[in-house]
Write a protein that binds this ligand. Sequence first.
Ligand code: ADP
Length: 531
Amino acid sequence: MFKTSSGRSTLRTLTLILVLLVLLPAIFYSAYEIGALTQSENLIERIYRQQLDAALFSLNQYAWDIADRWASDVDRIVRGARSSSRPLSQHAFNSFLSSNRGIHALFVGDTAATTFIVVSSSRPDSARRKHTDSEVRSLIRSQHAVVERLVRLQSTGYRKIEGVAIGQGTPGQSTGLLFLIEIAPGRLLLSGILLDAESFVLDVLRRKLDEAAEGEFLLSVVRKADNRQVYATGPLTPGEERQAKDLWLFPDYSLGIRLKGQTIEEIVRERFYRNLSLLMVLDIMIVIGVWFVYRTVRREMELSQLKSDFVSNVSHELRTPLALIRMFGETLEMGRVPGEEKKQEYYATIVRETERLTGLVNNILNFSRMESGKKEYQFSSVDLNGVVQKVLSSYQSHLEHLGFGLKTGIAPALPSILADAEAVSEALLNVMDNAIKFSNDNKTITIRTGLTDRTVYIEVEDHGIGIPPEEQSKIFEKFYRVSSGLVHDIRGSGLGLTLVRHIMDAHKGEISVHSRVGEGSTFRLSFPIRS
Ligand code: ADP
């Protein structure tokens, strides 16, 4: 659209300013906000992990203390029996077993599982299951690697207790807590306390779990193999824990945690998405605003470009007929014209050019009236065919003079319309004037009138240069002239069709165009039939 490079560079500067001042800060701010929101999400995640770690640590520590106390008791009983040279028997452990709920049985023997004794609790609630010698033997053998590790640690002076699962996969089955007893330097016995992990959790850890939850969190112990919940401090569906970690003593069980009610994460996430959508709406509004400003400024610039074109076009339009009138006038004044016929030709040219000037000045005046809203129409009942015929009769000689062949197709007996006859003539003249201007070799113009369901129309068809499809909606804008191709050399103000459209609007009618480049154009002025 912009023909001058200054127009283009102004638009580029404007785009740059808009992008730098409005879009970039908006994008930066959005990116910052999204970053901040992700950060707070991470922070919440960290708080959870810390809380879980703390709860887990205190639980583990508690379970560990109990296990350690048990191991010390067994250690003491075994040493006591040895020092009094009594053989180890069920009897020696009776009071230990009866005072510690949850323990089913225990065994003491050598680390290779050749000789050992198994003692079972006589408490009715814990004696759920009797352990046979062969079972214990196969347990010790299967935990060969664990035993070796215990031996290694023991050599550094550290007694460790290892929790191992027995009879994995079956609920109510036992867990073994394995540890070593050093009866003499370098002489080690292997002992194992057999208990049901789940009853341990329910009987011993339960209170501790409730304490650790502190009313704010939900804690649960879940068996990992089948994700079955053993205990939860409140309603916590398995799978909804936010974090989970293994229990030291019972490696096949895990402890899970989440916040009571709506979790912080959910709150944060909700806030995150709400803020994000608000940001998006804001960004979209900014983009629309920027686009609007850009478009308005661009339009204004296009219009000022069109106006300056208009001034140069009109000056050109005025200069040519004025020069002709002056030349012929001077020639006549000097009496240098030879024959009467030639004189008449000169007079006719002067009159024609004066008419052109009048037409142009009228167009400009009408346009300015129209722009200021002062253009008035005198409506009366009008016969469209009559208007067309009147225009044609006064225009025919002009057309013939220019070498145009005129074809007409006047529809008989059109219903009359409510119109301003003079304005309709003016519209028709403008369209015909264009048909003449934009025709080249094929100088045939067809004028038709006709009737559709609701309208009567006048059509002006030419076989001229035609209008590219993308320009067809623009040619009715003020000052607009197609700038491509041949049109460059054809004079005009860019006001003709603007006036026609204004006149048609005033009549509640419309102007339409059907055109193909290189084949010609047909303009149709349709007027509503009076109901
Ligand atoms: P002007 O004719 O003074 O340039 P108009 O408003 O009458 O202004 O027309 C606007 C533009 O539409 C013209 O400059 C021309 O490019 C195009 N146009 C109008 N009528 C025709 C036609 N019959 N054939 C080809 N182009 C046309």
